[in-house]
Design a protein around this ligand. Structure first.
Ligand SMILES: NC(=O)c1ccc[n+]([C@@H]2O[C@H](COP(=O)([O-])OP(=O)(O)OC[C@H]3O[C@@H](n4cnc5c(N)ncnc54)[C@H](O)[C@@H]3O)[C@@H](O)[C@H]2O)c1
Ligand SMILES: O=C[C@H](O)CS(=O)(=O)O
Length: 484
């Protein structure tokens, strides 16, 4: 698909679209066809510094608006985003690869964060504290933290942005956004929407380009008070280390390795259907998708047979084809990582129940067949390292205690899922799973009204819900002495 519109001036600083100071450009590549789509400005730390200055200059006036006044911009942006849903979905699929139906869903999800925080910003309450000293009055005043640097990934190039912009702008913060270099077009379209609803200049700024250089500016610039990051655990750790000198607040949504636990008292049809939806959504490139499937021994054969039957009908291809269920991986590195994890598992004794090959029939993009592995063991990389691709290892277990131990990961703690129709088991197992998010007979937990986030090396902080706006606020404590 050839896209209309110009994206070369892809940076938006102080209300103006501009090129990189260096004049450098890169191209967005369609991962399904390997065609170059659009050129965009490839900026660096110098551009990021200008953007932070603009955000700082705009902060006082934006913070001094009432929450009600700020919410009007968010609500208008939500409305416009939904009006443009089809156009935005096609741009998203063209640069990221996911099937169009998933892209439409992502745009609706992205808009919902603007809608929800347009409302939630009006419910940021302070607190009166009953003083132990009758000569004092104690209270807490929530205030926006200041300039926020937001860094977002390519796998959800629209919703990962608004999951930050919604609460940040509602709270009264100003933002400098750096999207993933693989998917800048969706970010540009979101900023164009805020320009169209006449967000005051400097409140939202966009820098596209070299992540290391831009990141270095974010970490070292004392005017950046918070870095909100969604991406790999490795980069999250780098940002933590680099932010120490300016003691920045950090909100980190990092990697995951979700287990699915299927008990013999589950609704098997539902468990099979949701396992497929979780694993193969976005070609397995989601932070909360199933990475490991544990099936109780007595139902393993029936589960696997039903799974294979349903997988046979999945169609691989370019996401703009409405019949396609599985698109490409984002780039060659992602494809090679999946291939390597598959080969490692086979070398350590796994069996291939389905797939296992780079998909090259008539397609020259980054495609890998939906693949199911059985006879897997804990020594395999696929059972320990985030896959981020269409590779599904199935392992059996006998007892509840055994599978809880298997499910809890020594590093990751983002999402875990269990399928059972037994209420007591559901609560018992949920309480013992060391994850920030647990799905019981559900694998789609991400909604604007709920706090999404991981523990351990899957991150810190929440996005969505009441907790999601707290990330962008400082709670000022006031102790007031009264004269007699
Ligand atoms: N927890 C969540 O909500 C969530 C959501 C989506 C993706 N993720 C995770 O993100 C990863 C996949 O996304 P990805 O490949 O884009 O991750 P990534 O960490 O490679 O990149 C994420 C963002 O960080 C930027 N970046 C890379 N190096 C940087 C540096 N040195 N300084 C500053 N910024 C830098 C990238 O340009 C991109 O914008 C997976 O691990 C996935 O689990 C987590
Ligand atoms: O990839 C991570 C996203 O958070 C997945 S979801 O959009 O939250 O389901």
């Amino acid at each position: 698909m050839q896209l209309d519109g110009q994206y070369e001036k892809s940076m938006y600083i102080n209300g103006l679209w501009c090129n990189a100071e260096s004049g450098n450009q890169e191209h967005v590549v369609n991962p399904a066809s390997l065609n170059k789509i659009k050129a965009f400005s490839y900026g660096d730390g110098a551009d990021a510094k200008k953007a932070v200055e603009a955000a700082k200059k705009a902060f006082t006036d934006w913070a001094n608006l009432s929450a009600r006044e700020r919410s009007k911009y968010l609500y208008s942006a939500y409305t416009l985003m939904m009006e443009k849903q089809e156009e935005l979905a096609r741009i998203l699929t063209t640069e990221q690869g996911k099937p169009l139906a998933e892209a439409r869903g992502e745009i609706a999800s992205a808009a919902s964060y603007l809608q929800w925080y347009a409302e939630e910003g009006n419910r940021v309450y302070g607190e009166i504290i009953p003083s132990s000293n009758k000569g004092k009055r104690l209270f807490v005043v929530p205030q926006p933290i200041g300039v926020v640097a937001a860094i977002t990934p390519w796998n959800f190039p629209s919703s990962m942005i608004t999951r930050k912009l919604g609460p940040a702008l509602a709270a009264g913060c100003t933002v400098v956004l750096k999207p993933a270099e693989q998917t800048p077009l969706s970010a540009i379209e979101i900023v164009k929407i805020f320009e169209e609803v006449r967000l005051p200049k400097g409140v939202l700024n966009l820098v596209t380009g070299d992540p290391t250089s831009i990141g270095q500016e974010f970490m070292s610039n004392p005017d950046v008070r918070l870095i909100t990051f969604t991406g790999s655990t490795e980069v999250g750790k780098l940002l933590m280390r680099g932010s120490a000198d300016t003691v920045k607040k950090l909100s980190l949504e990092l990697g995951g390795h979700a287990p699915i636990l299927v008990f013999d008292d589950s609704d098997l049809e539902q468990a099979v259907k949701m396992t497929i939806m979780s694993k193969f959504r976005n070609c397995g490139q989601t932070c909360i998708c199933a990475n490991r499937i544990y099936v109780q021994h007595s139902i393993q054969e029936e589960f696997t047979a039903k799974l294979m039957e349903q997988l046979e009908s999945m169609k691989i291809g370019e996401g703009l084809d409405e019949q396609v269920n599985i698109g490409p991986l984002i780039d060659e590195n992602a494809l090679l990582k999946v291939k390597h994890q598959y080969e490692d598992a086979i070398s350590k004794g796994a069996s291939t129940a389905l797939g296992g090959k780079v998909y090259k029939e008539k397609l020259n993009g980054y495609f890998f067949e939906p693949t199911v592995l059985t006879n897997v063991s804990n020594q395999m990389k696929v059972m320990n390292e985030e896959t981020f691709g269409p590779l599904l290892p199935i392992q059996t277990f006998e007892t509840e205690e055994e599978v809880i131990e298997l499910a809890n990961h020594d590093r990751y703690g983002l999402a875990a899922y269990l399928f059972t129709e037994n209420l007591n088991r559901a609560i018992r197992v949920m309480e013992k799973l060391e994850y920030g998010i647990v799905g019981i007979n559900d694998v789609f937990p991400a909604v604007a009204e709920a706090p999404f986030g991981g523990i351990k090396q899957s991150g810190q902080g929440k996005e969505g819900g009441r907790e999601g706006i707290m990330e962008y606020l400082e709670m000022k404590y006031v102790s007031m002495g009264l004269k007699r």
